[in-house]
Design a protein around this ligand. Structure first.
Ligand code: PGA
Length: 254
């Protein structure tokens, strides 16, 4: 039995107004608070972070940003600096495939963000995963290993990082990976972290699965030995389904 505390994070993406986000949190909070065997995080859009962080103050439900710029300040219109998130949130999603795909973020940029996030005491949730084409060409292993190595390059505090393995073909498609297949790739990620930061560190790093996670399929994922939680998109926008996924994570570790 692993001692890694499961972590379930809701990636709300570009959904919810401030009012809708507050209503969602209010609906979930009493039930989420009871599930303290799991690290629970919600990642609303930037404009809602302040209001939602305020609403969650004094609870142990964490708040995360969905992105961040690595520079500390400057002429980067529309971007948000690490120090602006410091004290407001505890987590930041980095290198999500939608950022990589639509906003041209490469591995080197992801690495700078990981370093910047750790530098201000945030927990980076670093996303990696292969596209459908890469999967069909049997490149999953090379792609994912490369992404992990690049993201962690020169990172001192690897134990402070959470990794999310999200096969791109599984995100928002309703076509989740198989639990066995996800566990296999996540095992590979853990071994890769071991070569970068040592086996002991690798054994403590939490690695989530993400991609069409639902209350119906998540029990089989969290039952896998290397899967330590989920990064949840669509199902995190409904109170009942997000709470149920967290509950399944809690139930799997008792
Ligand atoms: P999904 O998104 O759960 O809607 O597939 C997951 C993610 O992109 O993090």
């Amino acid at each position: 039995m692993t001692s890694r505390k499961p972590i379930v994070a809701g990636n709300w993406k570009m959904n919810t107004t401030i009012a809708e986000g507050l209503a969602l949190v209010d609906e979930m909070l009493p039930r989420l608070q009871a599930l303290d065997a799991v690290e629970r995080v919600v990642c609303p859009p930037f404009v809602s972070l302040s209001a939602i962080a305020e609403r969650l103050r004094g609870t142990d439900v964490g708040v995360g940003a969905q992105n961040m710029h690595p520079e500390s300040r400057g002429a980067f219109t529309g971007e948000v600096a690490p120090a602006m998130l410091e004290g407001l949130v505890g987590y930041v999603i980095i290198g999500h495939s939608e950022r990589r795909q639509y906003f041209c973020e490469d591995d080197a940029f992801v690495n700078r963000k990981v370093q910047a996030a750790l530098g201000v005491g945030l927990v980076p949730i670093v996303c990696v995963g292969e596209t459908l084409e890469q999967n069909e060409r049997d490149e999953t292993e090379a792609v994912v290993t490369g992404q992990v190595r690049a993201a962690l390059d020169e990172v001192q505090h690897v134990s402070g990082v959470v990794i999310a393995y999200e096969p791109v073909w599984a995100i928002g498609t309703g076509r989740a990976a198989t639990p066995d297949g996800a566990n296999e790739t996540i095992g590979l990620i853990r071994r890769t972290i071991g070569t970068v930061a040592g086996e002991q560190t690798a054994g403590g790093v939490r690695i989530q699965y993400g991609g069409s996670v639902t209350p119906e399929n998540f029990a089989a994922f969290i039952a896998q030995p290397d899967i330590d939680g989920a990064l949840v998109g669509g199902a995190s926008l409904k109170a009942d389904s997000f709470v149920e996924i967290v509950r399944l994570a809690a139930a799997a570790r008792v």
